[in-house]
Write a protein that binds this ligand. Sequence first.
Ligand SMILES: Nc1ncnc2c1ncn2[C@@H]1O[C@H](COP(=O)(O)OP(=O)(O)OP(=O)(O)O)[C@@H](O)[C@H]1O
Ligand SMILES: CC(C)(CO)[C@@H](O)C(=O)NCCC(=O)O
Length: 387
Amino acid sequence: MDRNRAEEKLVGIRDSDGVPHLSLDIGGTLIKMVYFSSNSSESTDNRVNSSLKDKMSTSSGNLHYGIRNGGLHFTKFETSKISDCIEFISSKQLQHNGDRYYAAPTNDKNIIKATGGGAFKFADMFREKLGVTLDKVDEMDCLVTGANFLLKAVHHEAFTYIDGQKEFVQIDHKDLYPYLLVNIGSGVSMIKVESDTKFERVSGTSVGGGTFLGLGKLLTNCKSFDELLEMSRQGNNRVIDMLVGEIYGGNDYAKIGLASTAIASSFGKPISENKELEDYKAEDVARSLLRMISNNIGQIAYLNALHFGLKRIIFGGFFIRGHAYTMDTISVAVNFWSKGEAKAMFLRHEGFLGALGAFLSYEESGFPDVAHQLLEGFPQNSYCTED
Ligand SMILES: Nc1ncnc2c1ncn2[C@@H]1O[C@H](COP(=O)(O)OP(=O)(O)OP(=O)(O)O)[C@@H](O)[C@H]1O
Ligand SMILES: CC(C)(CO)[C@@H](O)C(=O)NCCC(=O)O
């Protein structure tokens, strides 16, 4: 929307605590939602939503911050269950974003900022079912805006994960750029971020979170991401992967820097074992799969960082899910390939970069002070509950 037009419409603001309610990032696997709720809407919602709450992606990763006037929520749904998401928005009346702001009774009223491929794919569905227009915001713009906002404004957002230890890193604003943002969603995007406004998607790979979940479902018959992740936690990848020592008679290949315990070939062991899939434990298969994909992403990320001279690699996307083994594998891969030169960092709001970026883009449409209002809802000013 043209800025002047938006400003004209701001004449219609009715109160001062108004904030846009909702933004969406509709990805290939998950819909991420950031929304504000007021105390009054919370009390009505509690009645409406007990069954809907069950339909929200009930796995962990949803965050709710309580603030004085209500709350800031980070919620996700499976994209394949988009009708649950629409029902949820409707039950909370979140679609009336514009009502408090726009004087003119035009079609522009009910506009929701949305990013991700689903902002295109499901635009008609949102219009038909909720009477709203999805105002499409570019996915890469949103990822970068969301990451920059979190890294600059939110205390204890970024952390390293080394040898099982999580260590928060407060990055100096003046020293934030450049960095490589690696967003691991269904697929993986790698973005060189050089300033608040300058960035370029320099690489990507189709071997990402969707590959983990898709192959995992086929190989282990798991029913959900959480189940697959839990299996991987219990498994042992050495049962499936071929190790250097197994090729080198128990020895390291020290000359090229490979320990006997290093993986020589992911999923290489079944080649010589004359066994069926059923003969392997699903947990071990899940572990090898997670390790293969995390390692591969860590390596490609490092190679890009090297190519562009970037020391800092920041990982986002819902594939990570704060899972210790995933972060450990990625950290080890980056550390191993860079010989300790580059560092992998992770984000507490890993999966919500795009949705946050879309939320912040309300400011460009004339909503005042969105970043400030959003910050009010973040941890330093609030209490947090996690599903
Ligand atoms: N509850 C869950 N259900 C399904 N996948 C999950 C869940 N939690 C984490 N994941 C993992 O996160 C991935 C999706 O991450 P994310 O939401 O960041 O990407 P997306 O936006 O759906 O994909 P893309 O950006 O490629 O369109 C899945 O492919 C899966 O590996
Ligand atoms: C297509 C997107 C950007 C959709 O989010 C993502 O899934 C992705 O970056 N996939 C990897 C595509 C590639 O670079 O090979």
